[in-house]
Design a protein around this ligand. Structure first.
Ligand SMILES: *[C@@H]1O[C@H](CO)[C@@H](O)[C@H](O)[C@H]1NC(C)=O
Ligand SMILES: *[C@@H]1O[C@H](CO)[C@@H](O)[C@H](O)[C@H]1NC(C)=O
Ligand SMILES: *[C@@H]1O[C@H](CO)[C@@H](O)[C@H](O)[C@H]1NC(C)=O
Ligand SMILES: *[C@@H]1O[C@H](CO)[C@@H](O)[C@H](O)[C@H]1NC(C)=O
Ligand SMILES: *[C@@H]1O[C@H](CO)[C@@H](O)[C@H](O)[C@H]1NC(C)=O
Ligand SMILES: *[C@@H]1O[C@H](CO)[C@@H](O)[C@H](O)[C@H]1NC(C)=O
Ligand SMILES: [Zn+2]
Length: 521
């Protein structure tokens, strides 16, 4: 009897809240909040956000969604420039999905019904973050002047984990999601000075569980905070991305300087999702690192699409397919090391070259940009691959990677090549063939070949994974070009040709000038 009454009260309460959400300004835009989630799923979702006044959070997201997108809309000039870039993008035919549940967090979360009830589709915010980040949307226009900020929100650095990130696995988590979480945890632990310790009673801890979709709180909230890896999230990208949120990262496409790197193609964005493309904060700290399209925190280029069309257009067209990466980029690792002040732990040790930095877990070794290895990053990354000498004669490189019968392993295997031309020359690389179960996807999430043609080898190179990429020519900035083939699905074959060209040869347009000023606090 009591139980029944409780359920009835819950339902009435729920209806009241829903009604309020829908009646904003008499508009009824968000009828499908919580998608097609069952009442139990909604209850589970709300319970997982127990560090938050969920109704207040969701109401603020509602107001954010209701606000028209005129501030995100590109200017007429921007739009014209974007249209010009779109014309030159290759007409990729995307491969049929291997997994029906969606390729990226937003797609998974839209299907799961939670995308509109989380910040930018996959972040939970606690009450103080709701104030700091959604301040102008909380409790109506009166609060409009509350300043949005994030990395340096009012509680920084309290929302860092310090030396140890405590976590445990809820029994609801599938074996697959648990296994991939362990891989992603091992990755972040190995790449930073943060220790990850399984402990379900530590005062501050993350509970990995199977909720609706993939989401996490941002940074250490205090007490127990949830990280959901539901159906569709049992992949490395999703796990590594959500853990990065829990460590304190926001999205790459919401960096304050993102307008220098991408144009949001608002015409293709669902009207109720345009607010997700509002920059997170005007004062986030990017540690003087450039915008990296290959960041694990960068959404795929069709996120929140209304029509399947691209929602983000790169200002450097060669990087369009880098968005939505399945691997953590070197700059992600470097930034996390800055965020947790790991680099300071080595006051002496190895002299790292090629952009590497001292590994706080062993200061006599370095953490190297992809493609490089050895204690000081002076070598080619070990294993499959070769160091090749480019001459003025065209040479052919055939790469076969992976095992034909293997299906969908959790992380990439790689073959690392270093192509070296004489010191004052450049390298020309032409993609001649791509074969073997081609998977043409945003972010090249199953397989691809990456060419690092900028002088900065820390930067994620140009990635190719589509048949119509064949024929593309890249001319590097410098005389050394790392080429990395990566694969996690069946077998892949790539043929590239390479040769040394005079330094007077025009380099492919690879970079844009990004403002990288540090915020003043
Ligand atoms: C959008 O909102 C701004 C103010 O926030 C207003 O000036 C503008 O007229 C609005 N545009 C549309 C199309 O509603
Ligand atoms: C919700 O709807 C989507 C299609 O819009 C479907 O793929 C998904 O399976 C549905 N989820 C549930 C829990 O019914
Ligand atoms: C887990 O954390 C609690 C509280 O800090 C501590 O007492 C306990 O020893 C830890 N358990 C393990 C296995 O480390
Ligand atoms: C751990 O990090 C080091 C240094 O970056 C790297 O060489 C090694 O391959 C990593 N190991 C694993 C298991 O990720
Ligand atoms: C490389 O592969 C191509 C087919 O893509 C083939 O025609 C060629 O003979 C191969 N070259 C070498 C050196 O193996
Ligand atoms: C890929 O290369 C391997 C090794 O040369 C070869 O056995 C296989 O047939 C090739 N696959 C395709 C699809 O070209
Ligand atoms: Zn995210």
């Amino acid at each position: 009897m009591l139980l029944k009454l409780g359920v009835a009260l819950f339902i009435i309460g729920f209806c009241l809240v829903e009604a309020r959400g829908w009646q904003k300004d008499g508009k009824q835009r968000r009828k499908h909040k919580f998608g097609n989630m069952t009442d139990d799923q909604v209850k589970g979702f709300k319970n997982s956000l127990r560090k938050t006044n969920v109704d207040r959070f969701v109401a603020a997201l509602d107001r954010l969604a209701d606000k028209n997108g005129t501030d995100i809309e590109p200017s007429a000039n921007e739009k014209a420039a974007m249209k010009e870039r779109i014309k030159h993008l290759r007409k990729h035919v995307r491969s049929p999905k291997i997994h029906e549940d969606g390729d990226d967090m937003t797609e998974v979360n839209e299907k799961a019904g939670v995308a509109e009830s989380l910040y930018q589709g996959d972040m939970a915010l606690d009450d103080s973050q709701v104030d700091a980040i959604l301040g102008e949307f909380v409790d109506g226009p009166a609060d409009a002047r509350k300043k949005r900020q994030a990395f340096y929100n009012s509680r920084y650095p309290r929302n860092l984990w310090g030396n140890t990130f405590y976590y445990y696995f809820d029994p609801s988590l599938t074996d697959e999601a648990k296994a991939i979480s362990q891989v992603a945890i091992a990755f972040w632990q190995n790449s930073t000075c943060v220790n990850f310790e399984e402990n379900s009673t530590a005062p501050n801890r993350v509970r990995f569980f199977k909720g609706q979709g993939c989401y996490s709180y941002v940074g250490m909230i205090g007490g127990e905070q949830d990280l959901s890896l539901g159906s569709g999230c049992q992949y490395f990208r999703q796990a590594a991305h959500e853990i990065a949120h829990a460590l304190g990262f926001f999205h790459e496409q919401s960096r304050y300087d993102r307008d220098t790197a991408i144009t949001v193609n608002t015409e293709n964005v669902k009207p109720e999702s345009v607010g997700n493309y509002r920059e997170t904060e005007t004062r986030n700290n990017n540690y003087n690192m450039p915008y990296d399209y290959g960041s694990i925190m960068q959404y795929a280029d069709t996120s929140f699409t209304a029509n399947g069309g691209k929602t983000m257009i790169s200002k450097v067209p060669v990087y369009q397919d880098n968005m939505g990466s399945q691997s953590v980029s070197f700059y992600d690792i470097s930034m996390m090391n800055e965020h947790y002040q790991c680099k300071q732990k080595c006051t002496s040790g190895a002299t790292c070259v090629n952009g590497g930095f001292r590994n706080s877990r062993n200061c006599n070794t370095c953490i190297c940009p992809s493609g490089y290895g050895g204690a000081t990053c002076s070598d080619r990354a070990p294993g499959c691959g070769a160091t090749l000498t480019a001459t003025s004669a065209t040479q052919t490189l055939n790469i076969t990677i992976g095992v034909r019968t293997s299906v969908d392993y959790p992380t990439f295997e790689t073959c690392n090549y270093l192509i070296k031309a004489p010191a004052s020359n450049k390298v020309e690389v032409v993609l001649r063939a791509i074969a073997g179960n081609v998977q043409c996807r945003a972010g090249c999430i199953y397989k691809g070949i990456e060419v690092k043609a900028t002088n900065d080898h820390r930067y994620t190179g140009i990635r190719y994974c589509c048949s119509d990429d064949v024929g593309t020519t890249i001319v590097s900035e410098g005389n050394i070009v790392p080429v990395i083939a990566f694969n996690r699905y069946h077998q892949s074959n790539y043929t590239v040709t390479y040769r040394s060209v005079p330094s007077s040869t025009a380099s492919t347009i690879l970079a844009i000038q990004l403002p990288m000023s540090k915020p003043t606090l």
